[in-house]
Design a protein around this ligand. Structure first.
Ligand SMILES: [Zn+2]
Length: 147
């Protein structure tokens, strides 16, 4: 079964102390069906100082929320809504049941494939090799001058 909630979605919390508030999903664990929502369901962690410079403090962190305790907020109509899932071109598209908006339609594919950093790196290493060679010749020049 596909997950109803994805990272980057806006969800509204429908249970617990932050009930009624909405925020952006920052972590999704598909196995446990737990998510974290930016700035919501905060938990306190007591962090002890590990060095003299550090101070012991209480750190606020986002706590886990089960996906059954949230509703997806439709980016089109802005309402907390239930969704239907339909497969289009082999991908699951979620549709808002209130306005029919295809929630997964406008997300562009991530551009992970085009990275052209490798070529530059090899050029740089070639340059450093050249400079070290120049230094060596200079040293030998100095030795000649002594003679
Ligand atoms: Zn909608």
């Amino acid at each position: 079964m596909s997950l109803r909630i994805k990272k980057g979605d806006t969800v509204k919390i429908i249970a617990g102390s932050d009930k009624g508030q909405s925020g952006k999903v920052i972590v999704v664990d598909p196995e446990t069906q737990l998510i974290k929502v930016e700035g919501l369901n905060m938990i306190s962690r007591h962090k002890k100082a590990r060095s003299a410079q550090e101070q012991s403090s209480i750190v606020k962190l986002e706590g886990n929320i089960h996906i059954s305790n949230v509703m997806l907020v439709c980016p089109s109509c802005g309402k907390a809504t239930r969704i239907s899932v339909a497969e289009i071109d082999g991908k699951n598209h979620r549709k808002c049941l209130k306005c029919g908006f295809d929630i997964d339609s406008k997300k562009p594919d991530s551009k992970k494939s085009d990275k052209k950093v490798r070529g530059e790196k090899t050029e740089k290493t070639a340059k450093t090799e050249k400079t070290s060679r120049v230094k060596r010749t200079r040293k030998s020049d100095a030795g000649n001058a002594d003679n």
